[in-house]
Design a protein around this ligand. Structure first.
Ligand SMILES: [Mg+2]
Length: 496
């Protein structure tokens, strides 16, 4: 049943929240997909007052999307459970770690330890959560929460020079020496690593507490073993699980969202940039959007190696004082799913699919197909480093960030719930957005990034797929530090 066919159960009420007057029209919606099990509310937002910062989708020449966990929604509970089991099997079978804690049942209580955005301090065996000023707000050693005294003695002033560098520029710890000290777990593909890392630390402490925990190289090897792109054709365990049971792991995209993408493509140029390989996205996008999924986009870039894709290189010097990657990656032509020769920006074609590449040449392509010198670009993604911080800070690209936690933690004046909220939310670490303290709440580091590097924060793409392209949407404004960019509503934890 499509949304337009649904009978309207009409109830209107006004809510004044955050200077925004919203009229809610409540629709009783029954979806064929299991994304929402509950009654769904759609929003009609009156245009905000003139003095508010707003964006309109029609203001952009090119609108781009990330795929995994942005346009393509996973059953996050089943996805994380699978990843957890595969990584544990690898570490126990291949690396001979003790199964004592790793093989414990994956219960709700156990999974409460996980949260998107946690940071690993490899050497100390600690897991960290930062506040908006880059200080370590909460930390555990293994699965055991550190007391404030332990925290202060481990990280004097609640700071660590490596997290300070991460705070100043998140890309600085992505590669090189610092990447051997710290890792932020930023999406649902690596979220289970925090729990696995912590359980191994617990085990090692019981055996013979090491001075330095050398676990990360084995975990990294496990992640590579599970997710490397060759494993799709080789029927590796992760990919064969998805291939043989796609309905268990992938959600179908709603016909309304597909129609909205098609409408967007008629009026603006649109594009897809994904880190996944061509064969995998043909499988996942073909399942979620239909076999003609490529017709939804003016250009598709796969295996893009974000965030490096967005980072300026020697080929397009931009004087911002940063250290850039010495060379950019070329676009590669695809023959079937196979990467072939390199090609130049002038050879990129509308309707084409390419591998790797770089932002500079992609924008040269946009200039050619829009006829505009500096086409204005908007990008929608979920990964706060790859899709939000780097494209915004290094390329001044406007961002709409997709954050499932906004729905999982519930929103103000809103009844929607997330079908994966048990695995997404964590009582151990608290809200994704805010940090609870005796004197009140303050922003988490990730909320600081959301407010400073995105225009709008949404829980799912489909919430904006109901909005006309010329409708203004309130957005964050770095100057005024407003909190108006959460659409359709603020997370409950920020409403204090
Ligand atoms: Mg993604």
């Amino acid at each position: 049943m499509s949304m337009r066919q649904l009978s309207l159960i009409f109830q209107t009420f006004n809510v004044l929240d955050n200077h925004l007057k919203v009229v809610f029209f409540s629709y009783k919606v029954i979806f064929k997909t299991n994304k929402f099990d509950c009654q769904k509310r759609l929003f009609c937002v009156f245009p905000p007052p003139r003095n508010m910062s707003t964006i309109r989708l029609c203001d952009y020449d090119c609108v781009g999307f990330d795929l995994d966990n942005t346009l393509l929604q996973y059953n996050i509970t089943n996805l994380i459970t699978l990843e957890y089991q595969l990584l544990v099997d690898f570490l126990v079978d291949m690396k001979k770690y003790s199964p004592k804690y790793l093989k414990e049942p994956f219960t709700e209580k156990v999974m409460d330890f996980m949260q998107k955005g946690l940071i690993l301090d490899f050497d100390r065996g600690n897991i960290l959560k930062l506040d908006a000023s880059g200080r370590i707000w909460r930390a555990s050693h293994g699965t055991k929460l550190l007391t404030l005294e332990e925290l202060e003695s481990t990280y004097p002033g609640l700071r660590w020079d490596v997290t300070d560098k991460f705070f100043q520029d998140m890309f600085s710890t992505w590669n090189g020496e610092l990447s051997l000290k710290i890792r932020a777990l930023l999406d649902y593909f690596d979220m289970p690593v925090s729990l696995i890392f912590a359980k191994i630390v617990d085990t090692l402490d019981e055996e013979q507490k090491p001075s330095v925990y050398n676990i990360w190289p084995d975990i990294m090897e496990g992640l590579t073993h599970i997710f490397s792109r060759e494993q799709f054709q080789n029927n590796g365990d992760f990919f064969s699980a998805l291939k043989s049971n796609p309905e268990k792991y992938l959600h179908l995209c709603s016909s309304d969202t597909i129609s909205w993408i098609r409408e967007l493509k008629k009026k603006r140029k649109n594009f897809l940039i994904t880190g996944s390989n061509a064969d995998f996205i043909d499988f996942t996008a073909g399942y979620a959007f239909g076999k003609d999924w490529r017709s939804l986009f003016d250009i598709v870039v796969c295996y893009a190696k974000k965030p490096g894709f967005f980072v300026p290189t020697g080929r397009d010097f931009v004087p911002t004082g940063r250290d850039f990657l010495p060379t950019g990656r070329d676009f590669l032509r695809l023959e079937g799913y196979e990467e072939k020769c390199t090609i130049e920006a002038k050879e990129l074609k509308e309707g084409g699919i390419y591998s790797q590449g770089n932002w500079k040449e992609l924008t040269d392509f946009f200039t050619r197909i829009t006829g505009k010198n500096n086409p204005k670009c908007l990008y929608l993604g979920d990964n706060l480093i790859q899709d939000v911080y780097v494209p915004n800070a290094f390329r001044d690209c406007d961002i709409i960030v997709v954050v499932d936690e906004q729905l999982a933690e519930k929103m103000v004046h809103h009844e929607l719930s997330h079908s994966d909220e048990i695995i997404i939310n964590s009582k151990f670490w608290g809200s994704y957005f805010s940090l609870e303290e005796p004197e009140g709440y303050r922003d988490s580091y990730w909320n600081h990034i959301i407010r400073n590097h995105s225009k709008v924060c949404i829980p799912k793409v489909e919430v904006i797929a109901t909005i006309p392209l010329d409708q203004p949407i309130e957005c964050f404004d770095k100057e005024t530090k407003n909190a108006n960019g959460y659409f359709p509503a603020k997370p409950l934890s920020l409403h204090v």
